[in-house]
Ligand binder design. Structure first.
Ligand code: DC
Length: 228
């Protein structure tokens, strides 16, 4: 029986920070599915495609080979043989990832790859459609959210720490736009699964959220009679 954890939620809700901590403390493999959509986005940007060119993107999906590797436990995303991990977090990449992830060709390729990973290892997977589409039978599902203000603030501080000089209002507007697009697309929209725990992290510290998720996981394991 799988013991996968699915964590979904909007941009900058803290999913990946929490997923990484929980994976490490419970000995599971962390899979950042957003990074996979971002790698595909880099492929489209390199080809000079525009986000509204569905035919071009559908064709380009065929020439994108996205794979996952781990170096010192850190996920690396390889696009056509090149490790593109250092370029994934740029704002242009995130916006292209959100815009291109509405297309069926992109989603079906990514979903198949993510399901293959979960068939091989027990994972903590984060994204938008993990509990609803990719791992509908996950052992534990969490839907993590926070107010747009708080999420923009987190992103702002992250970029500042990297030495960048972001504009708060622009970041907030982009986050709101991305949420809207991610939750209104036709295929596999961002949505809380019926059996997911809703966690609003606006006023919670990282330790509190990680502790809460691990508590839920351990409780489930106990109730399942814990063989592992
Ligand atoms: O989590 P993130 O910000 O790295 O994700 C970037 C974009 O990729 C997100 O705006 C929408 C898309 N995405 C998706 O459609 N499905 C997922 N499971 C993960 C990400």
């Amino acid at each position: 029986m799988n013991r996968h954890i699915a964590i979904d939620g909007p941009a900058s809700s803290g999913k990946s920070t929490i997923a990484k901590i929980v994976a490490k403390r419970r000995g599971l493999i962390y899979v950042d599915t957003g990074a996979m959509y971002r790698a595909m986005a880099i492929h489209f940007l390199k080809l000079g495609l525009s986000a509204d060119d569905e035919a071009g993107i559908t064709e380009a999906v065929k020439t994108a080979d996205v794979t996952i590797d781990y170096i010192d436990g850190q996920q690396q995303v390889i696009l056509n043989g090149e490790n593109v991990t250092p370029y994934l977090r740029q704002e242009a990449t995130g916006n292209m990832a959100s815009a291109s992830s509405v297309y069926a060709a992109v989603r079906s390729k990514m979903t198949a790859l993510q399901q293959k990973l979960a068939a091989e290892k027990t994972v903590v997977m984060d994204g938008r459609d993990i509990g609803t589409v990719v791992l509908p039978d996950a052992f534990l599902k969490v839907f993590m959210t926070a107010s747009a203000e708080v999420r923009a603030e987190r992103r702002f501080n992250e970029l500042k720490a990297k030495g960048e000089d972001p504009d708060f209002e622009t970041l907030k507007a982009e986050i709101i736009e991305r949420d809207w697009r991610d939750s209104h697309r036709e295929i596999a929209p961002l949505k809380q699964a019926d059996d997911a725990f809703l966690l609003d992290t606006s006023d919670m510290s990282i330790d509190m959220v990680a502790g809460y998720v691990m508590g839920l996981y351990d409780e489930r394991a106990r109730r399942a009679g814990d063989g592992e």
